[in-house]
Design a protein around this ligand. Structure first.
Ligand code: AMP
Length: 207
């Protein structure tokens, strides 16, 4: 029952690679970012609480995300393991997670701030299904290749918000590298290069 965490700064490719690994291993990807966006889109109480934090590039309070994950993990499809994408992002979240499930591996995607800012500028996502692409591959198209929807730039991918999200990452999430390294669970993967190159490094790190 593998429970794998994808750690790394925003825009390092966690979503893309977590989705691939989820498909290969046949276990669900739990993206707290996607879950929060779905709540915001559905205008739920949780979505309304989270909105201002997400839009400012700040972290949503720990208690909200921890509860959201706790509930999700009760669902039947999680019983054979899951991939955590974008969770935990703070020490408190990591400790809470440990009291719910055992973690088997933490994949840490490594990418410089400069490369992240460049990648985020061209990132395009589908608001309907979450599919992610990049202007470099889209060649002017805005069609979602997964569901036929229209790809857009995420509001929080605007350059000034990206800088804020990077600051938050360095302050609150990066310390988890040491935390999981100390537990012997961390595998770092260089995220510079093409999706295929990174996927190959990922495959080796998961062996
Ligand atoms: P992501 O799609 O993972 O980049 O997340 C988008 C935004 O959702 C983040 O900038 C935060 O505002 C919020 N968010 C996602 N995951 C978490 C988390 N584990 N803890 C707190 N806030 C989160």
């Amino acid at each position: 029952m593998p429970n794998i965490i994808f750690l790394g700064p925003p825009g390092a490719g966690k979503g893309t690679h977590a989705a691939q690994v989820s498909e290969i291993k046949g276990i669900p990807r739990l993206s707290t970012g996607d879950m929060l966006r779905a709540h915001m889109k559905g205008d739920t109480a949780l979505g309304r609480e989270a909105k201002a934090f997400v839009e400012a590039g700040q972290l949503v309070p720990d208690s909200l995300v921890i509860e959201m994950i706790r509930e999700r993990l009760k669902e039947a499809d999680c019983k054979d393991g899951v991939i955590f994408d974008g969770f935990p992002r703070t020490r408190a979240q990591a400790e809470a997670l440990e009291s719910i499930v055992q973690i088997d591996k933490v994949l840490n995607l490594v990418l410089s701030d400069e490369a992240i800012v460049e990648r985020m500028k061209g990132r395009r996502v589908c608001p309907d299904c979450g599919y992610t692409s990049h202007t470099e591959w889209l060649k002017g198209s805005t069609d979602c290749q997964a569901c036929g929807g229209t790809l857009v730039m995420r509001d929080d991918d605007a350059p000034e918000t990206v800088l804020n999200r990077l600051r938050v990452y360095h302050q609150q999430t990066k310390p988890l590298i040491e935390y999981y390294s100390g537990k012997g669970l961390l595998r770092s993967v260089d995220s510079f290069g093409t999706v295929e190159e990174v996927a190959e490094r990922m495959r080796k790190a998961l062996e």
